[in-house]
Design a protein around this ligand. Structure first.
Ligand SMILES: Cc1ncc(COP(=O)(O)O)c(C=O)c1O
Length: 467
């Protein structure tokens, strides 16, 4: 199946076998489906005529659209390839509106359906207020977010990237300084360090947790090192005991990248509260998610908080008076109002994520499942398995209608954009091996047990086919 979907219903463009016109004689097809009969034919012709065909070619269904999406669940195909019955097709189309058997990597609809009334009320409140940027909703969200973490200050900004950049700038870290972090992270972590003017120093991960390895970080400390930014990747806290000890011993600043770990805990205490500052992203797929971009920094330090508030608003102390050079990184009222709604459900939603993860742990066979190391409460922003034939597995899952993603396929030190950082191949071996083997499975609030079982079965079958 060509990447990026296919607009045309031409079988050749989909790379499918010759159309099988016999299928058009399928007696149960209702008129609605017959109107899209060419599409149906293409889709069906692409199936292999065995029992597995019922769960294969999901991406074909997605591409060909709603007119045929109901067919797969309704049709039953015998071992010899005869369609046995399909009378439920039309109801299926109307009822599901999506390809049966199709499982997207992420789906934000269930959570927004659950919270629809609360979100609508929040949006209405903002509309009625007539205040749209850095207003009462932002202020209240900041108080609620700080209080959730048991700290005095939260400063809301426009993104997680800005949160890290501004945290560094507020601490006076910039040109000439080195900041230690990992290459196995979203590029934003490194991008933010460079935007602050500092030099990112990339170190290897602990292959069990995919987070910064304390001894790798220790080995990278130089006279120029000013800070360490461990990333609580996938929702699993980095080894905070080790990083607190390390940064205290060397007089360094600890800044936590919590973009993937809202509500995660180390030793029962929330991440973000261990370092001088904790930086969060509220990108729509995060555990605490806005309906657009957003971010925040939490801190106990009143001076840092005050400086962060200035820096996010052009360095302004009062209107049109600029004490230092800042940027525009303000959270808007709509995002803050929605974040307030979702913050109240964060712990429940994280509990739901953990239950789904346990379900996966229980059913998966043939892949390395995620591990929890240390006194952690993992919040499963991502459920990441590992397999040496990751690319083949992900292709086969796609053929079976299951969306997966890779976080992240090319570590930052091997990205062309960062070639000048000058890390050769093999310089971060655990990072590079993880990049080649990790695979993120569907996990979102609203994912059903049956979906987890389907994914587990599809993985089992894919690996058997590949053997
Ligand atoms: C680990 C990590 N750090 C930082 C960020 C940056 O957040 P944002 O996309 O809100 O700028 C992200 C977001 O993807 C992230 O996953």
């Amino acid at each position: 199946m060509p990447a990026g979907g296919c607009r045309s219903l031409d079988g050749s463009c989909l790379g499918l076998p010759k159309l099988d016109e016999r299928l058009l004689r399928f007696p149960g097809l209702p008129s609605r489906v017959l109107r899209g009969r060419r599409a149906v034919t293409i889709a069906l012709a692409s199936w292999r005529w065995d029992h597995d065909s019922l769960t294969s070619n999901g991406s074909c269904w997605r591409t060909l659209g709603c007119a045929i999406t109901g067919l797969r669940r309704a049709a039953r195909v015998s071992a010899r390839g005869n369609i046995l019955h399909g009378a439920l097709v039309e109801q299926e189309i109307v009822a599901t509106g999506r390809g049966p058997g199709m499982l997207e990597f992420n789906d934000l609809k269930p959570v927004h359906t659950e919270l629809a009334e609360e979100l609508k009320a929040a949006l209405e409140r903002v509309l009625d207020s007539g205040w749209f940027v850095l207003g009462p909703e932002v202020e209240t969200f900041e108080q609620e977010f700080a209080s959730y973490h048991g700290v005095r200050h939260a400063v809301a900004v426009a993104s997680g990237t800005d949160a890290i950049e501004l945290a560094l700038r507020a601490a006076g870290i910039g040109p000439g300084d080195e900041v230690i972090t990992v290459a196995h992270t979203a590029v934003a972590t490194v991008c933010a360090i460079e935007r602050a003017g500092a030099k990112p120093v990339l170190v290897d991960i602990d292959p069990n947790t995919y987070t910064m390895h304390p001894s790798a970080a220790a080995a990278a400390i130089t006279a120029r090192t000013r800070a360490m930014i461990p990333v609580h990747l996938y929702g699993h806290p980095a080894n905070l005991d080790a990083f607190i000890a390390l940064t205290e011993r060397h007089g360094l600043l600890l800044i936590e990248d919590c973009a993937q770990a809202h509500g995660a805990r180390w030793n029962g205490r929330l991440v973000g509260t261990f370092g001088a500052m904790g930086c969060f992203s509220f990108y729509p797929t995060k555990n605490l998610a806005a309906l657009g971009d957003g971010g925040a920094i939490i801190t106990r330090d009143a001076h840092l908080a005050e400086r962060l508030r200035r820096l996010r608003n052009y360095g302004q102390v009062e209107r049109y008076h600029h004490e230092e050079r800042g940027i525009n990184s303000r959270l808007d009222e709509i995002q803050a109002a929605c974040l307030r709604v979702k913050l109240a459900h964060l712990d429940d939603h994280n509990a739901a994520r953990r239950t789904i993860a346990e379900d996966y742990d229980h059913h998966l066979r043939g892949v390395v499942i995620p591990q929890e190391h240390g006194p952690v409460t993992h919040v499963y922003h991502l459920y990441v398995v590992r397999h040496r034939d990751r690319d083949l597995l992900s292709r086969r899952l796609r053929q079976k209608g299951i969306g997966t993603l890779v976080h992240y396929p090319v570590p930052i030190h091997r990205q062309p954009a960062y070639a000048d950082l000058d890390y050769g191949p093999g310089s971060l071996p655990h990072t590079e091996r993880a990049a080649a083997e990790v695979l993120s499975l569907p996990l979102y609030v609203g994912l059903r047990s049956a979906d987890v079982l389907n994914v587990a079965e599809a993985i089992y079958r894919s690996l058997r086919e590949a053997a």
